[in-house]
Design a protein around this ligand. Structure first.
Ligand code: SF4
Length: 423
């Protein structure tokens, strides 16, 4: 029988889908047991201190070793209900795994992220089959809380509040929940619609309702909510990308890297997402790296990431930078964009070399040109990564406001704040 030939387009589509498969395939039972058995169960474990949500890492690893996966997942989710996304997207190499004592010897650190994923996925699969949520709600408190934003911060907070017996209404501007987890993380880190599965799991506790298409300032105001609810949590997350402020920025082919990532995440077929032949990404964080790697996976011939300072100043971790290089992304440092050229559509971008002069980053006047038909910019966000909590404590009869500004993901902050405020 003759083998059916694939058309070049079909083959290309399949290659692209394959390129977006899981970055880290999950550990099976045997591999998880072996990995868990390497943990020293350290007293005063540095991995816990390095975890922004203080998950009791040695305990959950010990529970994996003793074949108590349900208990292990509980240990993780008690501290951070979004431990499944953390296991996939956290920069563990600079957090828990970076702090693991095994780094000091010849051994590799424990693969904490992979073990965490094993436990949480196990419990989520089990709950999806039998429908019983592992956390119970406390008796009704009589309090009603509003949450603005169904992103990781808002939903983590909502889950904790529901668990404590409060009724929660979440106001979300978009048609889907998830925020960063749904729209802003690289597709190869969040395969199989994991963000929505995690939210289904989280909502399984009950007591949380979400109103979609409701935007703060347009469809409701903060004072409306303050009149209707006992407390309001604002989890509006990050704003859009800033502007470069250079000539040619409004040409076709120049877009925020976050929009590009969002299109990819929402696309039914990745190969249908428009990409350039020559892509330039401006920025130095993990999101810039995500955009650059994904451009390459979509088939761009060249992808160059340009950052205005040196390698060491990039907020992308060394591991992410290596991943980019492995994916054939060229990283150029010490240069800033000066203009974009093209006839209606961008076809090149000019950079000026930079250096530190008198303690300040300055242009040297020396320029170079890169061919580019897609320019992805990822600049300082319009609003800082911060969460603002306003919780009315009836017990104390006062408003409690917490302003937190960390560089950890929003859901970690929410978990921390939920613990501080709600308990
Ligand atoms: S630091 Fe490493 S070895 Fe020690 S408890 Fe944490 S994961 Fe285990």
């Amino acid at each position: 029988m003759r083998k059916k030939q694939l058309s070049p387009t079909h083959k290309r589509d399949m290659d692209i889908e394959r390129a977006f498969s899981d970055l880290h395939p999950p550990l099976d039972a045997g591999a998880a047991f072996i990995e868990a058995s390497r943990c020293l169960y350290c007293y005063d474990a540095p991995c816990i201190n390095a975890c922004p949500t203080a998950i009791d890492i040695p305990t959950f690893i010990h529970q994996i070793r003793t074949d108590n996966l349900d208990g292990s997942a509980r240990t993780i989710l008690d501290a951070n209900i979004m431990g499944g996304t953390c296991a996939r997207a956290c920069p563990t190499e600079i957090l828990c795994e970076g702090a693991c004592v095994l780094n000091k010897g010849d051994e590799k650190p424990i693969r904490i992220g992979a073990l965490q994923r094993r436990s949480v996925d196990h419990l989520m699969d089990k709950v999806a089959k039998n429908g019983t949520h592992p956390f119970q709600r406390a008796p009704q408190s009589g309090r009603r809380l509003a949450v603005i934003g169904a992103g990781p911060a808002g939903l983590s907070f909502a889950h904790r509040a529901a668990m404590l017996g409060h009724d929660v209404t979440v106001y979300e501007a978009r048609p889907k929940p998830g925020g960063l987890n749904e729209y802003g993380l690289a597709a190869y880190k969040m395969v199989d619609d994991f963000a929505q599965k995690e939210i289904d799991f989280l909502l399984g506790i009950g007591g949380i309702s979400i109103k979609y298409g409701k935007k703060l300032g347009e469809d409701f105001s903060l004072s409306d909510l303050k009149k209707q609810y006992d407390g309001v949590f604002i989890g509006i997350g990050l704003g859009g990308s800033g502007t470069l402020g250079i000539p040619g920025e409004d040409l076709d082919g120049v877009e925020p890297a976050l929009s590009f990532i969002e299109h990819l995440r929402q696309a039914k077929q990745k190969s249908h997402v428009k990409c350039g032949r020559h892509v330039v990404v401006i920025g130095g964080g993990n999101t810039a790296i995500d955009a650059a790697i994904q451009s390459k996976k979509l088939g761009a011939e060249t992808v160059t990431l340009v950052y205005r300072r040196g390698d060491d100043s990039m907020s992308a971790t060394a591991w992410e930078r290596d991943l980019a290089r492995l994916n054939d992304v060229q990283i150029r440092t010490w240069a800033r964009p000066s203009s974009i050229g093209g006839d209606q559509k961008a076809d090149h971008i000019m950079f000026e070399r930079t250096k530190i002069i008198d303690g300040r980053l300055q242009g040297t006047g020396e320029t170079y040109r890169l061919t580019a038909d897609l320019i992805l910019k990822l600049l300082a966000r319009k609003c800082c990564l911060w969460g603002l909590v306003i919780f009315r404590s009836k017990m104390a009869g006062s408003w409690l406001m917490t302003n937190i500004k960390h560089r950890c993901p929003a859901f970690m902050q929410a978990a921390i704040v939920s613990n501080q405020v709600m308990i």
